[in-house]
Design a protein around this ligand. Structure first.
Ligand code: S3P
Length: 155
């Protein structure tokens, strides 16, 4: 396994939870991309969306991804929308990362995220978010070297 591990997957897939465990067991530094952005801006992701809008957040997300991928060792957990931009998908595919798609069943995802303050969920119906989950599936698959289903394989 390389010493650059990238976790991708939908909101609530357990990227941060598993990322911390993986980093600990492999003795690699753990980075959560959203946490990193929040610290840089001294604002929560929700505040960034509310204050500056989604496209501003996406630019920050891309720039931060680009910087972190240049590090030599990490377990990096990313936000669920990282694969939306072609630029990010190319960055990920061209990186030397072992990219793991954390694939999780819809019912499980929805239970975990429905009562959270994730900006993309606020004001949306379950069906709208499920459509996004379906739409993104291929994008995660395209970028990944490995798929973990409901994270039973590595716990
Ligand atoms: C997003 C997922 C969030 C966060 C932002 C946008 C998305 O991260 O980056 O709210 O587009 O799916 P999590 O996947 O950690 O919830």
């Amino acid at each position: 396994m390389t010493n650059k591990i990238l976790l991708i997957g939908f909101m609530g897939a357990g990227k941060t939870y598993i990322g911390k465990k993986l980093a600990l067991s492999l003795s690699l530094p753990f980075i959560d991309l959203d946490d990193f952005i929040e610290k840089q801006c001294s604002l929560s992701i929700l505040e960034i969306f509310n204050k500056y809008g989604e496209s501003y957040f996406r630019k920050l997300e891309s720039d931060t991804l680009n910087i972190i991928l240049k590090n030599n060792t990490f377990v990096l957990s990313t936000g669920g929308g990282i694969i939306e931009s072609e630029f990010n998908r190319t960055l990920i595919k061209d990186s030397e990362c072992n990219t793991i798609f954390m694939n999780t069943d819809w019912d499980c995802i929805w239970e975990r995220i429905k009562n959270t303050d994730r900006p993309l969920i606020i004001g949306k119906s379950e069906l709208e978010i499920k459509k996004l989950w379906i739409k993104r599936f291929d994008l995660y698959s395209q970028c990944a070297n490995r798929v973990i289903n409901n994270y039973e394989e590595i716990l």
